[in-house]
Design a protein around this ligand. Structure first.
Ligand SMILES: NC(=O)c1ccc[n+]([C@@H]2O[C@H](COP(=O)([O-])OP(=O)(O)OC[C@H]3O[C@@H](n4cnc5c(N)ncnc54)[C@H](OP(=O)(O)O)[C@@H]3O)[C@@H](O)[C@H]2O)c1
Length: 245
């Protein structure tokens, strides 16, 4: 299969690139860091012998995304799977105090992804009426917490977008899966979460790979976050707004 991984230079995305390449798929690895992507694809090619390409993209720069899409369809005539792991979480409430942080978070975590998935999903319908889109969001998108509500709001927008896209593509047999991780031990969570609460990026990438074999709409990683979020979402707003979360 031809697989596009957006967010491949780090964390879960890098592990996803390894697992898909190891399982015999051809991959395009994307994110901003071209040097990291080049080193990843040469590693993948040497280790697993399948085709691996580095195609950089910056999700905040919509003017360049049209050319990015031309580049990826110049390599793969059609794309079978898209896995999106790219996101930003600046921390220190930078998105609240700094206008640039707000725009970057929203563009990266929602607008840029929606722009690309709109284009690719339309191509999937025309090319083959098949395909799989797996997009990492976050449990943070399920309820606005005062400590990270701008990141959470961008993930909420992404969740709603994916839900609508899933419905739109259902009749074409194109699967859209929303993945809601709790904590994963990567650069994004470094220093923000106790290691014991986080799963490894290898664990997350294995779960993501398994989603290409099972049709799922929404998946929590690990699964117990489903229960935690049911409880969090059931707290009345009048109490929730008083909690220092
Ligand atoms: N880690 C956690 O605890 C946690 C918890 C819940 C949800 N998640 C979600 O899980 C997913 C994977 O996270 P992770 O932990 O693997 O994060 P990570 O290690 O920080 O990786 C994020 C990836 O996004 C790419 N990226 C950032 N800004 C970009 C931009 N403007 N354009 C293109 N690519 C960009 C980065 O590459 P470049 O810097 O090369 O662009 C990197 O490859 C994310 O959607 C995240 O929100 C993570």
């Amino acid at each position: 299969m031809n697989v596009l991984i957006i967010g491949a230079s780090s964390g879960v995305g890098k592990e996803v690139a390894h697992i898909f390449s190891q399982k015999g798929h051809n991959v395009i690895c994307s994110s901003r860091d071209e040097r990291e992507l080049e080193s990843l694809v040469s590693d993948l090619t040497i280790r697993y012998g399948n085709k691996a390409y580095a195609v950089p993209v910056d999700l905040t720069d919509l003017s360049l995304i049209k050319n990015y899409l031309i580049d990826i369809y110049g390599i793969f005539q059609s794309i079978d799977y898209v896995i999106v792991t790219a996101a930003t979480m600046p921390g220190n409430e930078m998105e609240y105090y700094d206008e640039e942080g707000l725009i970057r978070t929203t563009m990266t975590n929602y607008t840029g992804i929606a722009y690309i998935l709109n284009e690719i999903s339309r191509r999937m319908v025309v090319d083959s009426c098949s395909g799989i889109i797996i997009c990492l969001s976050s449990v943070a998108g399920e309820r606005g917490r005062q400590s990270n509500f701008i990141y959470g709001a961008s993930k909420s927008a992404l969740n709603t977008y994916l839900q609508g896209l899933r419905g739109k593509l259902y009749k074409y047999d194109i699967q859209v899966t929303t993945v809601l991780p709790g904590y994963i031990d990567t650069l994004m969570s470094y220093g923000k979460v106790a290691g014991s609460l986080a799963v490894s990026p290898q664990y997350a990438s294995k779960k993501i790979y398994s989603l290409t074999e099972k049709r799922k709409d929404v998946v929590y990683i690990p699964h117990f976050w489903w229960l935690i979020m049911r409880i969090v979402k059931s707290i009345p707003e009048v109490i929730f707004k008083r909690l220092n979360l």
